[in-house]
Design a protein around this ligand. Sequence first.
Ligand code: FAD
Length: 573
Amino acid sequence: MDYQIFKSDVLILGSGGAGLFAALHAKQAKPDLEVTIAVKGLLGKCGCTRMVQGGYNVALSPGDSIERHFMDTIIGGKWLPDQAMAMRLCQTAVTRVQELENELGCFFDRNDDGSLHHKAFAGQTFDRTVHKGDLTGIEIISRLMEQVRALPINLLEEYRALALVPSRDGAALAGVLLVDMRSGEFRLVQAKTVLLATGGGPTMYRYHTPSGDKSMDGLAMALQLGLGLRDMEMVQFHPTGLLAGVDTRMTGTVLEEGLRGAGGYLLDGSGRRFMQDYDAAGERATRDIVSRAIYAEMRAGRTSPNGGVYIAMGHLGPDKVAQKFPGMVKRCADCGFDLAGGQVEVVPTAHYLMGGVVVRPDTRSSLPGLFVAGEDAGGAHGANRLGGNGVANSTVFGGIAGDEMAAEASAQDHWLDPDEGVVAAAIEQALLPLQHAAGDLNALRNRLLDVMWDDVGVLRDAAGLTRAQTELASLKAELSETGIGGDNRVFALSWHDWLNLRSLIEVSQVIAAAGLARENSRGAHYREDFPQVGSLEESYFTIASRQYDALQVERAPVEFSIVQPGESLLEND
Ligand SMILES: Cc1cc2nc3c(=O)[nH]c(=O)nc-3n(C[C@H](O)[C@H](O)[C@H](O)COP(=O)(O)OP(=O)(O)OC[C@H]3O[C@@H](n4cnc5c(N)ncnc54)[C@H](O)[C@@H]3O)c2cc1C
């Protein structure tokens, strides 16, 4: 199969907060470099950064500190975060927010005295979430997009990355194989440095929040290359996904954390407030605790008509709620719910994958030439991501990646020769569904959503995880025999559905295997057969990798490089 070859000094996969910040920083650092963004969707219209509602965590207020933000991140992450990464996140968030405001032109909400307004988010000891109403991501991504469009940066929109291609000797990355989704043609982009910023996105669960273009392609490609993925059992469920019935894609979409932060109540099917039964922090407990509590209420049958629970805000004053959360009120109204004054049905919904590629705090992976940032990178959040630390993570590390990639690419005077065998194999694999008789992709997808929700979801045990492994293996085998009914590659959405499913199943297998390997309960990962947290001092994280087609999960000790369990960086803590 023929493919065209392009060359770029820097290639960025994905145009979320991580990808766009990387592009800007790379171009600003070395304006002569050729920088290319390849993205599966349309610039500014895809990915999850655009969907950010609540806001951006940053320690700017008097009384707050980087150390406090860091301690909240470590404690929220149940002592599993890579501490050097978490510290870099908290430190650089300050510069990044200033950059967003003063250089990119973002307008965040302000107090009467002109200082930035900070809202409360769960699991934090200080109100530090900067925001633009309750639709912060649109402001961030729109300003970033304008800046990127104003620069001579190559844009490959509706280009899907299919495989990371190593050099012939396998010692470094040589480029990326992509498919132009509009024409169906394959393209190889050779690059001196590549950023993987495809944004993870656990869309393999029955209820999920991330954008539809995200299907774990980045992690599936990294796995294929033999790279290690850490913390893959750590799937974050947001407690308050909208539950509006099975016939609408609005089901699963998130109702932001600020609702609980502002004092919203969670009620069971009979209208009883139940969170105090589970945690003293009530509705303001961290996402993992609230999700488990809701799930327990659901299992006990104390549900709303669609099988979830209710969120109620009316006691705070309907006018105030409408003024403070206009986006959420409108979203609920579109589905027939009155958020400001009534009750809205909610359900835990898969929101974020804390796991990702093992990287250093400067975003380098173990393969020279490959950098990873944003939700594709593991380490910063450990067992639980604090609300507001996601967009901080992607913009902070995206910018760092841009600086690092520019420096490295400009020091390199030639492109590496790609391993053509890898390219040929990747094309052959991608074309599989064009050679088989049409099958029911939707049925396979529904089985995937069900098995992940039922057996690898909010509550897990060995029996369920093992059952899931069997079902996932069947799904993988069945998918490889399932065709899309023809060999058209021009804007062939079924073909891309097939490719999405392939990535999702691959990564689901890793989540299930890592879940089975962690025999304790930390943060987002809860084993009913191993409910103990385990020794904090002996905390370990999982690293999954695929070697010769076999999936392996190892454990590695957490390095307490900045603070030990039981200690704090804060005085009087
Ligand atoms: C509804 C919602 C609300 C959220 N609210 C908050 C919040 O209030 N605060 C917070 O901190 N975080 C929030 N988050 C999390 C936050 O959005 C993410 O942590 C962060 O934005 C991820 O940034 P990213 O750049 O890694 O990925 P994304 O912004 O998701 O971008 C990924 C990009 O990769 C592209 N891509 C995917 N696959 C491929 C491929 N194969 N080839 C090429 N391109 C590809 C996508 O099209 C997209 O452009 C929220 C998430 C959701 C879903």
